[in-house]
Ligand binder design. Structure first.
Ligand SMILES: Cc1ncc(COP(=O)(O)O)c(C=O)c1O
Length: 428
């Protein structure tokens, strides 16, 4: 990787015409999202629509399309600059501290697997049983799964007790990593990340936050939250598929073997087999030609969201969410899934079941009305099964559905979208 070739300051901001220029062009709002007329997308938690900012950034870069960190030509230099600028935008958006690293990955799953790969030997990982599979399955044998807590406060107390127990009689410098979600993908409920980080650090543990669902909806500031590692997915953050990031402390990553061995990750390769000195920093874990367009799209959304009034976006989303939840509660036979109290803070995600109805059939009926929701167990099988059983018990249903439905909203969602879903559910 030859970063000496390029300087971020010399990068021209744009190249090539913007789409829709001219006197009659609509105002360009970078946080507008793309979509298809007639299709109501209420499945943002799976994959959010592409933001105008991401589409524009990709369109502007395409004429310059060339190698990254591998060429001396003008095109290549520009691509390298754009890639590194994207890294800076992601760092800024997530409040990275000086010295923190941003490693581009394919998505959150990839980012958490990279972290798992880089754990020092003998690390114990502590999670909650309510996590997405991406934050349950990568961890090594011996990981501790705490029971699903009844409230955010109970989560903090359970972690405190578990870490105290773990430290009792064991080597106090033995590494411990707490891995928690920022917002659950089944219920949208927010986890008390800053408090969990304080508890983790008090016991000499580190904390990694799966911010796949939180970052699209609320600021995630590594420095303010006091967390060590954060993982995000571009495709949940209004950028296209194929780019995500692991952001945070670099020491474990710099000490680990490269995630992928190959070009870009090596600083020197000698003639003898395995005679290699690996690069440090992000390059160590980004072997092979990187996903330039994915990184640039993600960086563009991070910059646009970073510039946006997040309080206003939050208020708008919360108003829609309240309308959605109240509307669902009023549809006969519908019961919401939740881990915490109904009033606990959450992002724009609601999962629910419909009495006596197969969720896949309900989702298919909604699809014929042009409404896209998710059905299933949402890659959080242990949690979703448990929440379905609890929802059924609250309502006294004897045969709960095997799976649930999920509606999720974000930028570009409107009251009309919510009302159309509610009307369609009411017509069943
Ligand atoms: C909370 C959470 N973590 C991790 C993931 C995995 O994200 P990806 O599929 O982009 O790797 C998801 C995806 O739904 C998620 O909701």
């Amino acid at each position: 990787m030859n970063t000496a070739l390029v300087s971020l300051e010399t990068l021209p901001r744009t190249a090539g015409p913007r789409p829709w220029t001219g006197p009659f062009a609509p105002p360009v709002r970078p946080l507008d999202v793309l979509g298809v007329p007639g299709q109501i997308n209420l499945d943002y938690a799976a994959t959010a629509p592409c933001a105008r900012a991401a589409a524009d950034a990709v369109t502007e870069l395409l004429p310059w399309y060339a190698s990254v960190h591998r060429g001396a030509g003008e095109l290549s230099k520009r691509c390298t600059l754009a890639y590194e600028r994207a890294r800076r935008s992601v760092a800024g958006f997530l409040g990275a501290r000086p010295g923190d690293e941003v490693i581009f990955t394919r998505n959150t799953t990839d980012a958490l697997n990279l972290l798992a790969h880089a754990l020092p030997a003998t690390t114990t990982v502590v999670t909650f049983a309510s996590e997405h599979h991406a934050n349950l399955l990568p961890w090594p044998a011996g990981a501790v799964r705490l029971p699903v807590p009844a409230s955010p406060g109970a989560a903090v107390r359970a972690l405190d007790a578990a870490l105290r127990e773990l430290r009792r009689g064991t080597d106090p410098v033995r590494p411990v990593l707490v891995a928690v979600t920022g917002a659950g993908n089944v219920t949208g409920e927010r986890w008390p990340v800053a408090e969990l980080a304080r508890v983790a650090h008090r016991h000499g543990a580190r904390i990694a936050v799966d911010a796949a669902q939180l970052a699209p909806h609320a600021p995630v500031d590594i420095a303010t939250l006091g967390v060590d590692h954060v993982a995000v997915s571009g495709h949940k953050l209004y950028a296209p598929f194929g780019a995500g990031a692991l952001v945070g402390r670099g020491d474990w990553l710099d000490a680990a073997p490269p995630y992928l061995a190959g070009g870009g990750a090596s600083a020197y390769v000698g003639p003898a087999t395995h005679q290699v000195r690996w690069a440090s920093g992000p390059a160590r874990h980004e072997a092979g030609t990187p996903n330039l367009l994915g990184a640039v799209a993600l960086g563009a959304v991070c910059a646009a969201l970073g510039d946006a009034d997040r309080d206003e976006l939050h208020d708008r989303e919360q108003a829609l969410l309240a309308r959605l939840r109240a509307g669902l509660a009023a549809v006969p036979g519908v019961e919401e899934l939740r881990v915490f109290d109904a009033a606990a803070p959450r992002v724009g995600i609601v999962s629910f079941v419909v009495a006596g109805r197969d969720s896949a059939v309900v989702a298919a009926e909604l699809a014929t009305a042009g409404i896209g929701v998710r059905d299933g167990l949402f890659c959080a099988h242990p949690l979703t099964r448990r929440l379905i059983a609890e929802a059924a018990a609250r309502r006294g249903w004897r045969n709960p559905p095997a799976t649930a439905l999920r509606a999720s909203i974000g930028l570009g969602s409107t009251t009309e979208h919510v009302d159309r879903l509610l009307a369609a559910l009411g017509r069943r």
